[in-house]
Design a protein. Structure first.
Length: 191
């Protein structure tokens, strides 16, 4: 079967099922809508120098979610990396409602070091970001954050560098499906 994205259901369904696994940004923020903790799988690294991350929450204008509203107001947010031991807690924060997501998920909010936002104390990697740029594209508000401070558990480090074989990150597939990075293999890059 071939055709425009709509031929396969909604473009969202096609993209979220075909572009897998997607890393999950578990974003903590503070602002006019209070403290917030929410997962986003339309997320990735956007640049290295300066180090820029991009998240794309659905919603623009009056329909924006708490995370982009807070990030736009304070120009700060924290991306907490979701690992296997935190997957269920992350999933709890995907619920809609006015309750405190940190409490709902049973995780601890602690102050970030360089930005006005909380971070998840239990996260093995947290990346503090200042808002570098934002833009509305279609039905999403894209947030580009410059990483200004990183928190990495010492257990994940080898010679001062993060060892990917020690970080059991979780990625989003589609619907209720997720993937861990437990099954790893290595390929040498060709010269």
């Amino acid at each position: 079967m071939e055709g425009a994205p709509e031929a396969f259901g909604s473009p969202y369904r096609l993209l979220s099922a075909a572009v897998v696994p997607r890393p999950i940004a578990w974003v903590s923020s503070r602002g006019p809508r209070g403290e917030n903790l929410a997962p986003f799988s339309f997320f990735n690294v956007a640049a290295v120098d300066p180090p820029i991350l991009m998240i794309a929450p659905v919603g623009v204008g009056d329909d924006r979610k708490d995370t982009p509203e807070n990030a736009l107001a304070t120009e700060a947010f924290v991306v907490n990396v979701v690992t296997d031991d935190l997957a269920e807690a992350m999933n709890e924060t995907a619920a809609t409602g006015d309750e405190n997501e940190f409490e709902r998920a049973g995780v601890t909010a602690v102050e970030a070091t360089n930005v006005d936002a909380p971070r998840v104390a239990e996260a093995h990697v947290s990346l503090e970001c200042t808002l570098a740029e934002s833009m509305e594209m279609g039905g999403s508000t894209l947030l580009f954050g410059e990483v200004v401070h990183a928190h990495v558990d010492d257990d994940l480090l080898v010679d001062g560098k993060l060892d990917v074989t020690k970080l059991d990150a979780v990625g989003r597939l589609a619907g209720g499906y997720y993937a861990s990075t437990r099954d790893r293999y290595h390929l040498e890059r060709p010269p």
